[in-house]
Design a protein around this ligand. Structure first.
Ligand code: ATP
Ligand code: MG
Length: 426
């Protein structure tokens, strides 16, 4: 037999393990998102990781960064061209249509939480597998819902104590106002051709708006002088935008208008928004979203308006306070001797079943070693059970916070410990 290859296998670049106690922080952010969204009438949808590639090229748009450069696309063993979802909206729309949700209710509010995949350069706040909280509303074209959706995001962020978040809004107009605007922008870009990057030049004909989103310094400078879509909105879009602002004010939401904001996805119409956080450096957009009234038809469905958003979990975690959460046990049982160990095993199982996190030593180590482990585990209480104690029908409970000890009678020990520890924690 050949010798095994013992080179250690590492995770792929841009794909992270999320370890405890970090997982506790994730869970509390996710739980809070569910609470807030369900409170506003959203229900959960779970969509697959893999979709036909065409869903994204049609749903996100051919000329976008995501579709051009970032998708994990491959041919599977059956010869189908498939993609690991880079965002959720296209999949949610596909599911919405596939299950004809519009036939049962004119309005659908759906949310999902899960991983997305984009082949980008990994850096702070940018991974290749990252996670989003995503929410979509179908069937409401009125501006009130635009404001409500933004308010929900801000309410959620405030509820998890996210630091200094600013809501920025813009309107991208509809196809009617965007078509002539694109032409105007093309003319402007042609005048500044030498200062533009490769990508901007190439995309100028197909989608000149992309240049507003370009991160290259030269392009950014050019774009500060570019014509703005907000000056060229058609009457309907202008009215919609002003109503959105009015509703935001009604909800006492502060916001900034950022006329340079376009989104990375092609399908946005009218309202778009981003939530920018202080202290995130270059990757400072924590959440983003907008209206996509043309997407449902673009994916083969009836003419149904939509609006949604996505919160980036990794970026959110960078701006919410670290509460120093511990995933350690509440109780450590140090048992000495064969019989006490059996008893410790039984008590530990019973307490864990009652959701009192309990740890014990399975290896029969000495008392010193067990106390060291107990200390390291961060457990508030240690139960000491030796052969003498067992014969006397009791165990000793030590409160590690103040070193106080008390005797607990063995016959009702589980009930007593649950009561004591729960009572202390609550
Ligand atoms: P950016 O301009 O930062 O690339 P984007 O426009 O590509 O963002 P969206 O597609 O709108 O981002 O995704 C919504 C949110 O998901 C972002 O605001 C961000 O918080 C998060 N996000 C997007 N891409 C990544 C990534 N590669 N790693 C971590 N989070 C991400
Ligand atoms: Mg991006």
């Amino acid at each position: 037999m050949q010798g095994g290859n013992t080179v250690q296998i590492k995770a792929i670049r841009g794909f992270s393990d999320i370890l405890s106690p970090e997982t506790t922080r994730w869970k509390s952010l996710e739980d809070r998102a569910r609470e807030v969204l369900e409170g506003f009438g959203f229900s959960e949808i779970r969509i697959p990781i893999l979709e036909q590639s065409e869903l994204f090229s049609r749903g996100i748009g051919e000329g976008t960064d995501i579709v051009e450069k970032e998708m994990y696309t491959f041919t599977d063993r059956g010869g189908d061209l498939i993609t690991m979802r880079p965002e959720a909206t296209a999949s949610v729309v596909r599911a919405y249509l596939e299950h004809k949700m519009y036939a049962t209710d004119p309005v659908a509010k759906l949310y999902s939480i899960g991983p997305m995949f984009r082949h980008e350069r990994p850096q702070k706040g940018r991974l290749r597998q990252f996670h989003q909280i995503n929410a979509e509303v179908f069937g409401i074209s009125q501006p009130a819902i635009d404001a409500e959706v933004m308010a929900i995001v801000m309410h959620y962020l405030a509820g998890v104590d996210a630091a200094r978040c600013v809501l920025q809004i813009n309107s991208l107009g509809c196809s009617r106002c965007r078509l002539p605007f694109k032409e105007k922008l093309r003319v402007f870009l042609k005048d500044h051709l030498p200062q533009l990057c490769e990508d901007c030049r190439r995309r100028m004909d197909q989608n000149p708006l992309r240049s507003f989103d370009c991160k290259v310094q030269g392009c950014r400078e050019v774009m500060t002088k570019a014509p703005l879509i907000s000056d060229d909105l058609c009457a309907e879009c202008a009215e919609h935008f002003s109503a959105v602002r009015d509703y935001l004010e009604l909800l006492e939401m502060s916001y900034e208008v950022n006329p340079m904001m376009v989104r990375g996805l092609d399908y946005y119409t009218k309202t778009t928004f981003e939530v920018i956080a202080d202290g995130l450096g270059a990757q400072n957009t924590v959440a983003a979203g907008g209206r996509y009234d043309g997407l449902v038809t673009a994916l083969g469905g009836p003419d149904i308006p939509g609006i949604g958003f996505a919160v980036g979990m990794e970026r959110l975690l960078l701006i919410v306070p670290d509460e120093g959460l511990s995933s350690g046990p509440s109780l450590f049982i140090a048992a000495l001797g064969k019989e006490p160990q059996r008893e410790a095993f039984r008590i530990s199982y019973t307490l864990n079943r009652a959701a009192v996190r309990t740890m014990t030593d399975y290896e029969g180590r000495g008392l010193k070693a067990q106390m060291r482990r107990a200390d390291k585990s961060g457990a508030r209480y240690v139960l000491i059970l030796g052969e003498d104690e067992q014969r006397a029908g009791k165990a000793i409970l030590r409160d590690m916070a103040d070193g106080r000890q008390e005797e607990i009678p063995l016959p009702s020990i589980c009930e007593r410990l649950v009561g004591k520890i729960r009572g202390e924690i609550l």
